[in-house]
Write a protein that binds this ligand. Structure first.
Ligand code: DOR
Length: 448
């Protein structure tokens, strides 16, 4: 374990930005003070740079086990670290699916061997695994994932009685994918009749429709209200759905919420006009919708209707993405460029830096009850990201780490650069290079 001293950084934390030194010892933040002169193994001059708590991404698909042609825990967590994401929570739609406790523990074992970032995993719900869900220890999984709409991996839970039991009995937070599958199936048939297999990609916004989203999201919220469930509705995409949620602009208000809402980076960054240039690269479920929805989501982040920003990082191979509409899989690789995208909203005057940090780090840490992460506080794990807000960063194949080797951001110039990522007190990424060592830990929860 190293001691690290960061000098003259602009810390962004808990609604404040202030100049400070920061000392790291034994993986944790030992001291935050205007001037620290303690000797350390390494001193980092952070003059002119901003120090943020690392992003905590509560929704990623890293494809292991079974789908490793698309990505692996190693390749995608390495990409996350390069993008300033220090912790991730990973989804169960792999092969075999993570729908029992044995498969869940196998993932933790694998991550301990290969992950570059801190990790936790969801247990996936099915129409018949309520007994496994009941057996789950509160600190064993970040949550239970319920696909209330079908997407990659055929994990739809559509049995009404089962849904009610899951919402009533899950020992941990439920995270839902909300889209009404019968409505989508009907629209798919209509568009197939009109276009055959060559449905224009832009129609994804209409096929995976706003009505299908609203119907399913409102059902999830109703179920949670009926059963007193801790519910987190993932990747919301429409202005209409915003009416389903209560505003919680501050963390104190967030802490009181039973039902929280999330937006993902791509739904904030892209809109339906972008299908023209990016086509299947931005085909994802729920779909990227209209510009007015994008604007409503950005506003909802500011108003506190949206509590958390995540990625839904979902890599597919370039070859798969070249297929026509019905066979091009849905999903976008995002973890390396997620924090940079949020900082872009800062450069555009839409979000403050404090808001970016709240939605990408404080709020997920609080919502998922992580043990001592997500804040720059003495005694907390030193998961930090040093960014240069005045240094542009252009995305090229050479600086992209995803195994699938493509990104919808290729050629885009971000206004900021991730200079360094510190994980559990160690420099994990610096000047475009990863450390050869891995410093990741299993995420602990502080749940009673
Ligand atoms: O676009 C998506 N891709 N949405 C999901 O819900 C799943 C994901 C995937 O695993 O490919």
């Amino acid at each position: 374990m190293t001691t690290l001293l960061i000098k003259n950084a602009s810390l962004v934390n808990e609604d404040q930005i202030f100049q400070s030194d920061l000392l790291i010892r034994d993986g944790k933040i030992a001291q935050i003070a205007p001037s620290i002169e303690t000797a350390a193994d390494r001193t980092i001059d952070a003059t002119g740079k901003y120090l943020l708590p690392g992003m905590i991404d509560d929704q990623v698909h890293f494809r292991e086990p079974g789908l490793t042609a698309k990505g692996t825990i190693a390749s995608e967590s390495k990409s996350a670290i390069a993008g300033g994401i220090t912790s991730y929570m990973e989804m169960p739609n792999v092969n075999p699916q993570t729908t029992n406790l044995e498969a869940l523990e196998a993932k933790y074992t694998r991550a301990a061997e290969v992950s570059y970032a801190n990790y936790a995993f969801y247990l996936g719900a099915t129409n018949d695994n309520i007994d496994e869900i009941r057996k789950l220890d509160k600190n064993q999984a970040c949550g239970v994932k319920v696909f209330m709409g079908a997407s990659t991996g055929n994990m739809l839970v559509n049995d009404k009685e089962t849904l009610a039991r899951i919402f009533a009995e899950s020992p941990v937070l439920i995270a839902t994918h909300c889209e009404d599958t019968p409505m989508i199936a009907e629209l798919e048939a209509q568009y197939k009749a009109k276009y055959g297999d060559d449905v224009p990609m832009r129609e994804h916004a209409n096929i995976r429709s706003r009505e299908a989203c609203y119907k399913s999201s409102s059902m999830a919220v109703e179920l949670a209200k009926t059963h007193g469930t801790k519910l987190h509705v993932l990747h919301l995409t429409t202005k209409e759905e915003m009416a389903l949620f209560e505003p919680a602009p501050t963390l104190a208000e967030l802490a009181k919420k039973q039902i929280t809402a999330e937006a993902c980076v791509h739904h904030l960054f892209f809109n339906a006009d972008d299908y023209e240039t990016l086509g299947s690269q931005i085909k994802c479920n729920p779909s990227v919708k209209e510009k007015s929805d994008q604007q409503a989501l950005l506003q909802a982040v500011k108003d506190g209707l949206i509590d958390i920003i995540a990625t839904d990082h979902a890599p597919h191979t370039w070859q798969e993405k070249q297929n026509s509409y019905f066979s091009a899989p849905s999903g976008v690789p995002l973890v390396q460029h997620a924090l940079l995208s949020c900082l872009e909203f800062y450069h555009q005057g839409i979000f403050s830096l404090e808001l970016v940090v709240q939605k990408t780090s404080h709020a997920p840490a609080l919502r998922y009850e992580l043990d001592r992460r997500g804040f720059i506080r003495e005694g907390y794990w030193a998961d930090l990201v040093l960014v240069d807000l005045a240094k542009p960063y252009t995305v090229t194949p050479d600086n992209t780490f995803y195994q699938c080797a493509w990104t919808p951001f290729e050629g885009y110039q971000f206004g900021s650069t991730v200079e360094m990522t510190i994980l559990n007190g160690e420099v994990a990424f610096e000047n475009g290079q990863h450390s050869e060592q891995r410093f990741a830990k299993r995420l602990d929860f502080d749940r009673q």
